[in-house]
Structure formats: C-alpha cells, structure tokens
Design a protein around this ligand. Structure first.
Ligand code: CP
Ligand code: NVA
Length: 307
C-alpha cells in the first residue's frame, strides 16, 4: 500500500472530508453557473478506463476535467491492451506514470483495488459490481441542496441490492442516516459484500410500501445491472412488485424526493408518473455528478483548497 488517497468505496472518506467536499461542490457549482473559470488542474491529465457502458460518468468526468483546466483520456478494454490480458498491475504502473488521476469502471471491486495498489496517482471508482460511490456522493449533495442535512433522515431503497444499494448503506453508516431496504425474496442485501461495520443504520422490509412509509427520499435503480444481463428474464418476473409508483410516494413523507441514478426504465423499476413527476429530482441529481466529481478530482489531485 502507498500513501496516495484513492476513492474506491464510499467509506474511504471521513464524515469531515464529506462535509468539506459538499461545501466545495456548492462553491464549484456556483462558479460554473456564473461562467467563472476555475482551473486548479491546469495541465493535469485524467485517464478514464471503461469496461462497461456509460453516458453520465464519462461525460461528467471528461467535461469536469476540461472545466478544471486539465484534460481527460478515454480508454476502453475493447481497443486497448487491457482487454487482451495485460495484467492490471502492469497497466497501473504504466498508466499512472503518464497521468495525474485514473477513473475506472469495471466488474469486480478487486480489479480497482489491485490497480490502486500499483498506482502512483489517485484512483477513482467509476462503478463496480459492488459500489458506485461517485453517484451516491452526488445524490447526497442533491438531497442537501433540496432538503438540507441528511443526518437522521430516512432513505427508502426499493429493488435490487446492487452496487447503488451497497453504497447507500455505507453512506448511512458514515453520515448517520437510515436506509429502509425492500428487495424481492432471494435478492436481499449481503452486509459483508456491502462492506458494512454494523447493522443499525438499515432495516429490511418484505413489503416495499412499508419501506417507503415516512421516507424522506425514495430511490431505486434498474432491476438488472450491467454484467448481470443473463439473469434479465427471471429478474423481470421477480421484481414486478418493486416498481416505485404513486402509491409508494404517497406513503412517504409529504416533502419526499425521488431519485434514480439513471438510465431508467419507465414501467419497470419506476412509473413515468413518479420519475417525471413533481417529487423527482433526477435531472439535478445527474447534473450534480459533474460538480461533485470536480470537487473530488480537485481534492484528490491537489488537496484542500480554501473557498
Ligand atoms: N448513473 C450513471 O453512472 O450513469 P452512466 O452509466 O450513464 O455513467
Ligand atoms: N446498478 C446499475 C447502475 C448503472 C449506473 C449498474 O451497475 O448497471
């Protein structure tokens, strides 16, 4: 292990670091909205490695890096040596000698851990089978923007116990809020896989309506994540009752917001009425990927900056 700071899981930062990052995100967003240049990463380079598809993650990292004064290089496993068996450790040695940060979207979490162990520069998790920390950072920033502090609040997670769910659970432990999880039978969360220390920040519900009762934030995600496509048909049947609809939003808190990391499938995990309705903040959520990740890149590459 080296002393470089990486962002591989949500719990890699402390509560205090998140407080700084959320404040910094607001400052960076404000500057962006006023068209004021902010180039702390002038001449710096981010390498982005994608083993899975992406719209938001690629765009927000690439645009974000340009807006910070640096540049971003896109690599994928189809047309680089990464897809032809070059060891992750060797790739990490080489790529990190030519760049200032690396973002990776891949399958197993162990791949980015091996990369990070051999990297001279910070490594960022842009989604693995296990976690999606950049998304949850943006989601929590979005909640704070709309409703204030998330501490003590309740998030209802409806659907698959996937990378998003695991990351919400880690965030709840660290930032002291609660998650009500409702998954179909056979798809329950695995606390160990979620990297949890304890069990007092989440509760499991067989009935999704019960999970939504009184929640301040209702959120869901696709029923079949990337890499699990072979299970799609059986998942379609198993998840049929785990569609976030108007009835679920009605039993949530009066001012509850709805979030979805996107891409969404209307009529599957969420109704059009909810995702396109007045409680949905999904477009702010997507935009905030840009601002939150700019704060993250700045922090990992040059450290804290006074606003
Ligand atoms: N939410 C998210 O990570 O979107 P992409 O898959 O488009 O990057
Ligand atoms: N859980 C989804 C999130 C996509 C952004 C997946 O891993 O495919």
């Amino acid at each position: 292990m080296n002393a470089i700071k990486h962002y591989l899981q949500f719990k890699d930062f402390t509560r205090e670091e998140y407080a700084y990052l959320f404040e910094r995100t607001g400052w960076i967003k404000d500057k962006f909205k006023r068209y004021e240049p902010h180039h702390p990463l002038f001449d710096r380079t981010l390498v982005m490695i994608f083993e899975k598809a992406s719209t938001r993650t690629r765009l927000s990292f690439e645009a974000g890096m340009h807006q910070l004064g640096g540049s971003a290089i896109y690599l994928n496993t189809r047309d680089s040596q990464l897809g032809r068996g070059e060891p992750v450790e060797d790739a990490a040695q080489v790529i990190s000698r030519m760049s200032d940060a690396v973002m990776i979207r891949t399958f197993e979490q162990s791949v980015i851990e091996r990369f990070a162990e051999n990297s001279r520069v910070p490594v960022i998790n842009g989604l693995t089978n296990e976690y999606h920390p950049c998304q949850i950072m943006a989601d929590i920033y979005t909640f704070i923007e709309h409703r204030g502090d998330i501490r003590g609040k309740t998030v209802a997670w409806i659907g698959d116990s996937n990378n998003m769910c695991n990351t919400w659970l880690q965030a709840a432990e660290l930032l002291d809020f609660n998650v009500h999880v409702s998954t179909p039978p056979g798809y329950e969360i695995e606390p160990e896989r979620a990297g949890l220390y304890g069990t007092n920040h989440f509760e499991q519900f067989a009935d999704p309506m019960e999970a939504c009762k009184g929640a301040d934030l209702v959120t869901t995600d696709v029923w079949t994540s990337m890499g699990f496509e072979a299970e799609n048909d059986e998942r379609m049947k198993a998840f049929a009752d785990w569609c976030v609809d108007e009835d679920m939003m009605r039993v949530a808190a009066k001012d509850a917001v709805f979030m979805h990391c996107l891409p969404a499938h209307r009529g599957e995990e969420v109704t059009a009425g909810v995702i396109d309705g007045p409680q949905s903040v999904v477009w702010d959520e997507a935009e905030n990927r840009l601002h939150a990740q700019k704060a993250l890149l700045e922090y990992l590459v040059i450290g804290r900056v006074d606003s």
